[in-house]
Design a protein around this ligand. Structure first.
Ligand code: NAD
Length: 262
């Protein structure tokens, strides 16, 4: 059982994260920005850690209780400095949201190892880096929550996204392993898998005609027949952030019924 008094398990109330200290990686735009808004509205103080300092700063100026720091999640040293600064300003850490991610759609046979390296560095190593830096802070707090934003691509695969999907599948396996390792410290680790979501990343992907056609086909195959909105993903992330520590090692798809667990 978590001894962390900042996580009150009242997930639908506005003050469910009252005075909790949170870090959201990739929090400047898209899904991350919606997570920042949702956690702040639930009472948390939120450090936005993002590569895009200008966008992070703009969001921080709009959201009461949020502040911005610049770092590349793939660079352990730079992330370590930002997370240390965040924890100092937040006076500790209760919640880490590993949201930063990047994708480039291309058939695997047409890709180069340099693209694989970039995808792995951001989508997989970024999660390792932030989690490694957060665990001592969460242990010192007597417990906490880690929520990883993976993807349905990591559950069912995705054409043109083989390495990205492998990173997201790796994130799902990492979530379960870290949940096992840290449960004794009152830390719960869970994973949200968005389906196609209306964000700047998706806009970028859809600039490629073939990728746009694939995305349209995925939406047609989705029972809800539409993209997710970032706020819908943020609701699921906030649920795990405020859930009892007994909810751990779980994977939740938010994809309009595109994927359904057996
Ligand atoms: N949009 C979708 O359809 C979709 C679907 C499934 C999963 N996801 C996942 O959701 C997460 C958020 O995606 P999004 O669509 O909001 O993307 P986005 O590109 O709209 O926003 C991502 C944010 O992360 C930041 N970022 C990127 N690389 C970074 C790095 N190395 N270090 C720090 N910050 C970095 C960007 O500056 C940006 O602010 C990602 O993990 C993505 O893989 C998105």
């Amino acid at each position: 059982m978590s001894n962390n008094s900042h996580i009150s398990h009242r997930s639908n109330e506005e003050d469910s994260l009252d005075a909790a200290a949170a870090i959201v990686t990739g929090g400047a735009k898209g899904i991350g920005a919606a997570i920042v808004r949702k956690l702040a509205a639930s009472g948390a103080s939120v450090a936005i850690i993002d590569l895009d300092g200008a966008a992070a700063q703009t969001l921080a100026s709009e959201v009461s209780g949020a502040f911005a720091l610049i770092a590349d999640v793939g660079d352990y040293t730079s992330l370590s400095e930002a997370m240390e600064a965040a924890c100092t300003r937040l006076n500790g850490l209760d919640i880490l949201i590993n949201n930063a991610g990047w994708d480039h759609v291309k058939r695997f046979a047409d890709t180069e190892p340099s693209l694989w390296d970039k995808l792995i560095r951001i989508n997989l190593k970024g999660v390792f880096n932030a989690t490694h830096l957060a665990i001592p802070q969460l242990v010192a707090r007597g417990g906490g929550r880690i929520v990883n934003v993976a993807s349905d691509a990591g559950r069912v695969g995705s054409s043109g996204e083989a390495v990205y999907a492998a990173c997201k599948g790796g994130t799902i396996a990492f979530t379960k392993s870290i949940a096992r390792e840290t449960a004794r410290h009152g830390i719960a680790v869970n994973c949200v898998c968005p389906g196609p979501t209306d964000t700047p990343l998706l806009e970028e992907i859809k600039r490629d005609k073939r990728a746009a056609a694939t995305m349209d086909a995925i939406v047609r195959a989705t029972p809800n027949r539409r993209l997710a909105q970032p706020a819908e993903i943020a609701e699921a992330v906030a649920f795990f952030a405020a859930a009892p520590a007994h909810v751990t090692g779980q994977v939740l798809s938010v994809s309009g019924g595109l994927t359904m667990a057996g």
